[in-house]
Design a protein around this ligand. Sequence first.
Ligand SMILES: Cc1cc2nc3c(=O)[nH]c(=O)nc-3n(C[C@H](O)[C@H](O)[C@H](O)COP(=O)(O)OP(=O)(O)OC[C@H]3O[C@@H](n4cnc5c(N)ncnc54)[C@H](O)[C@@H]3O)c2cc1C
Length: 285
Amino acid sequence: MEVLVASSAEEVCELLTQDHRRQLLAGGTDFMVEVNYRHRSPSSVIAIDRVPELRNWRHDGDSVLIGSCVTYREIERGPLATLVPALAQAARTVGSPQIRNAGTIGGNIGTASPAGDMIPVLSALGATISLRSSEGKREVSLEDLIIGVKKTSLRESEFIESIRVPVLEGPQEFLKVGSRSAMVISVTSLAFITYPKTQSVGIGLGAVNPTPTRARRAEEFIHDYLDWEKMAVDPSVLVRFKELVSDASSPIDDHRSVASYRRHSVGVLAQRALTRVFSEGEFNV
Ligand SMILES: Cc1cc2nc3c(=O)[nH]c(=O)nc-3n(C[C@H](O)[C@H](O)[C@H](O)COP(=O)(O)OP(=O)(O)OC[C@H]3O[C@@H](n4cnc5c(N)ncnc54)[C@H](O)[C@@H]3O)c2cc1C
């Protein structure tokens, strides 16, 4: 296997243009598992984890631009964690410290697994993904990029350059259910982001649909029952809210869990996130 070590994003473009069958290796925490199980046998690999532009992030006004090779280690603490706490909460639940030192946000998107822990957060944040190739750059939403289980709409010789998300505006939550409390792939997960300026919430669901999903009907429904001054929610609507979130899921049975439990638990996570952020007030609308 030929291993080419890229030192700039421009070089990644050139190496892919020379041969679009070359495969990208970031932290290798998904890639090498597939190689080891012989599900994948690349003849040429481009290591991108030393490309400075891809390893950096910057605070840019109301948003943060995160290079695709930024690792969980960097996301889970420090200034980035202060700017986007839900992303940090999710990063802290990924694998072990060794996996978090190597694994990257771009790799999580590139794998396009429904259980990827960055996915619900990026979805609830309405992330914009910048893609690059020698043809130029383009921006897409996560929903337009991940189009099936482990399937993306990346074009030939195109790669994920960076991810743009809004900085913290109000409370954020990430919650995850797994078969144990650490080092576990999600059975279900959920991100709950508040946007006080528009008095709205974003709810991203994980591991319950083949592609990134927002619980849009639940987001719209709860809008009328939130008191943003008191940060309170009308308790009489919690059950309906939970049902609407569960209704946004179409989970499957697999070796990690069964569809009925996933459907139930994603609703419970939503209700829990909502009541952590908004206390249960007494008002009835
Ligand atoms: C023990 C273990 C535990 C794990 N636990 C979790 C967990 O709790 N939660 C979770 O979500 N994941 C988990 N994972 C999966 C994995 O760590 C993550 O998905 C990680 O984010 C992958 O990133 P990476 O940099 O290692 O990607 P790689 O393995 O290098 O690449 C993954 C895929 O993305 C492509 N790719 C990488 N970068 C780019 C790019 N910039 N542009 C286009 N394509 C790209 C690669 O070609 C490859 O197809 C675990 C893995 C292991 C081995």
